[in-house]
Design a protein around this ligand. Structure first.
Ligand code: NAD
Ligand code: MG
Length: 381
């Protein structure tokens, strides 16, 4: 049966990679809904090309897009605003939801998708960081299938035995899920970003454009800044704790500048399994779309002889304090990860608007974490 896909954030970097994989397999997948926030012209092109049943655009641009679509005879119903995102992911016309929205605004649609029991491919990691336990509990109750398409988490997932994978996709994760598979810990790799070896005093002079020029991955502005500050790895550490039921002390981070080994899993007999691939998001997306089968992703084959040496080093906690802040928030639990994430989103936006220097991102996040009390998470409100 052809799977009907809702692609949230279709005009972004994840959106583009997902569309390339989907387009390769018309026998398996159909684009049934496409969403975007502000890029109405790009969304218009995508609607004409894929002819989805639904499209959602941010309220600000809806008038323009509606006018552009008028009289074209397309089968697409155009909706607008955040409520519409939640409405379409719950629709009976959707089987699979891919969350490629950036930031905390993805929380509502992600929660709606898991509570409607869909197969949910999560790129949008911020909701998992903010409210991971609530999202996973909701997914389990609703019978949703949860697959992370963050490359590191997809790598860890691929290294686990099938019975453990099934528990993870069913969101039936407890603090003994990985221990039962004799896992001692996982190591997430980080490229280190564009400032890996930059002296501390120069970090105050870097521009948003320099931060966005990631050495190995083409990504949206926010995650590129997060990669440069290592906050992305901090968010991913919390994400790993949520997805795999691990305490933060069992999640390690290693800098691996080549971005070929996407993560590693250590077992009780001393074996370490790693997943390797070219740095290309089509690979984890194809893996999650087809799981438990495998399909072509369109990514070029990995040629290790061309890559040469694979290097690993410890992250520098002094120049990149965001990783420590995220670890502390993971340990504190409750609302601490949501506070960390919120402060980081504001700080990254300020840095990107040239209102804050790069080292100010970590300083601002730390100050907010010190000021706000951590409470336990009982509900979304
Ligand atoms: P991007 O900036 O390229 O795209 C963001 C998408 O979200 C766009 O389609 C935009 O229209 C939409 N969007 C933005 N604000 C919105 C709002 N307020 N309401 C509705 N839609 C909105 O971002 P990206 O790099 O594709 O990243 C998307 C998510 O995936 C992020 O959470 C990121 O951390 C995660 N992720 C990305 C990559 C990658 O390679 N790009 C890898 C792993 C995880
Ligand atoms: Mg990642």
């Amino acid at each position: 049966m052809v799977q009907r896909i809702a692609l949230l954030g279709a005009t972004g970097s994840i959106g583009a990679s997902a569309l390339e994989v989907i387009a390769r397999h018309p026998d398996r997948f159909k684009v049934a809904a496409l969403t975007a926030h502000q890029q109405d012209e790009r969304l218009h092109d995508l609607i004409r090309h894929y002819q989805p049943a639904y499209a959602v655009i941010g309220t600000e641009r809806s008038g323009r897009l509606r006018a552009a679509l008028a009289g074209q005879g397309l089968p697409t119903r155009l909706l607008e605003g955040p409520q519409a995102l939640e409405e379409i992911v719950r629709s009976d016309d959707i089987d699979v939801v891919i969350t490629g929205i950036v930031g905390a605004v993805g929380l509502g649609p992600t929660l709606a998708a898991v509570s409607a029991g869909k197969r949910v491919l999560i790129a949008n990691k911020e909701p998992l960081v903010m409210l991971g336990s609530l999202l996973m509990a909701t997914a389990q109750t609703a019978g949703a299938t949860v697959l992370s398409i963050d490359s590191e988490h997809n790598a860890v997932f691929q290294c686990l035995p099938e019975s453990t994978q099934q528990r993870i996709t069913g969101a039936e994760v407890t603090d003994s899920t990985l221990a039962a598979a004799d896992v001692m810990g996982v190591t997430l790799t980080a490229s280190g970003g564009p400032f890996l070896h930059m002296p501390a005093e120069e970090l105050a002079c870097v521009t948003p454009a320099q931060a966005a020029a990631h050495p190995n991955w083409q990504m949206g502005q926010k995650i590129s800044v997060d990669s440069a500050s290592l906050m992305n790895k901090g968010l991913e550490l919390i994400e790993a704790c949520v997805l795999f039921g691990l305490p933060s002390c069992q999640v390690n981070v290693l800098i691996h500048p080549q971005s070929i080994v996407h993560s590693l899993v250590e077992f009780s007999d001393g074996s370490v399994l790693a997943q390797m691939a070219n740095p290309d998001m089509r690979i984890p997306i194809a893996n999650a779309l087809a799981y438990p089968e495998r399909i072509a992703s369109g990514a070029p084959a990995l040629q290790l002889q061309a890559v040469g040496a694979l290097e690993f080093e410890e992250p520098d906690p002094v120049r990149f304090p965001c990783l420590r802040l995220a670890k502390d928030a993971a340990r504190a639990g409750g609302t601490a990860p949501a506070i960390l994430n919120a402060a980081n989103e504001i700080a990254v936006a300020a840095f990107s608007a040239r209102q804050l220097l790069f080292p100010g991102i970590a300083e601002l996040v730390e100050r907010v974490l010190q000021r706000l009390p951590v409470e336990s998470v009982i509900s979304l409100d």
